[in-house]
Design a protein around this ligand. Sequence first.
Ligand SMILES: Nc1ncnc2c1ncn2[C@@H]1O[C@H](COP(=O)(O)OP(=O)(O)O)[C@@H](O)[C@H]1O
Length: 292
Amino acid sequence: MAAITRLSTPSSSSISHIWRRLYSSLSSIPETITSSQSPFLAKFNNATDLARKDPKHRNVQWVFLGCPGVGKGTYASRLSTLLAVPHIATGDLVREELASSGSLSLQLAEIVNQGKLVSDEIILSLLSKRLQAGEDRGESGFILDGFPRTIRQAEILEEVADIDLVVNLKLREDVLVEKCLGRRICSQCGKNFNMASINVKGENGSPGIIMAPLLPPSHCVSKLITRADDTEEVVKERLRIYNETSRPLEEVYRSRGKLLEFDLPGGIPESWPKLLQALNLDDEEEKQSAVA
Ligand SMILES: Nc1ncnc2c1ncn2[C@@H]1O[C@H](COP(=O)(O)OP(=O)(O)O)[C@@H](O)[C@H]1O
C-alpha cells in the first residue's frame, strides 16, 4: 500500500518549494498551475493564519469518496449549502470543459466517454482555475467531490491542504449500476434526477435497500439528458477503475483517522438525517420545514 508522507506543520517556504518540485515533475503543465500564485497554496496559508488566530475560523476542508453513482454530488452539495462552503466536483469541471469549445474538449471526450481517468495535469489545471476563481470571490474552505481519485492526487492534496475529514459513501455495486443508468440531468437548470426505482433484498446479513426515484418537475421533463458515460459498459469500467485506483485511498485516510464510513441506508429522506447525525450536524431549515 502506498503511503502519504505528511509534512509536519510545513512553513510556507517549504510548501512553495514542494509546489515547484511537484509541478516541475509533471509534464505539459498548463500555465495556470505553474504559477507561483497557486490557489491551493494561498488557501492553505489563509486557512492556517485564521485558524491560528481563532480556531472558530478554521475552514471546512472535506473530501467525499465513493463509487460512481453513490450520491457524492447530492450529499456534498447539500452539505456545502448547510456549511456555506463551496462544493467542488472535478467531474463537473471536466463536463464544463467538455461542453466548451476549448481545445481540450475533444481530447477529454474520448477519455471520459470510455470511463477512464483524465490525466493529473489536466485535473490539477481545472481544479486550480476553479480554486483561483473561488478565491477571487472570497470563498473559503471546500468540499471536494471526485478529487483525489489516485494516490498521487492525494499526495499532492496532502502537501498543500489540511484535510479535516474524508466521508466515504458506500452502497452495493448492483445498486450503483442501477442508479447510474437511471441518472438524468436537466439540460437547462442543471439539476440531477434519477428514474431508477431501487428495491433490493438484503444479502449476507446486510439490510435491503429501497430508494424511490427522484423525478423531475414537469418543466424539466422535456429537457432531460443522460451523461454519455452513464451506459452499462462504461459504468462497469468506471467501477473497475474506482476499485483499482481510488479504493486504496480509503486505507490511506483510515490509517490517518480521517475516514468517516457511511453506508447509505436508502434514498435522500432516510440517508440525509443519518448522515447529519454521523457528522454531528443539525439542519435547522429542514427541522423547521418538518414542523411547518
Ligand atoms: N480526480 C480526477 N482524476 C481523473 N479524472 C477525473 C477526476 N475527476 C473526474 N474525472 C473524470 O471525469 C469523469 C466524471 O467524473 P465524476 O462525475 O466524478 O464521475 P463518477 O460519477 O464516476 O464519480 C471521470 O470518469 C473521469 O474521467
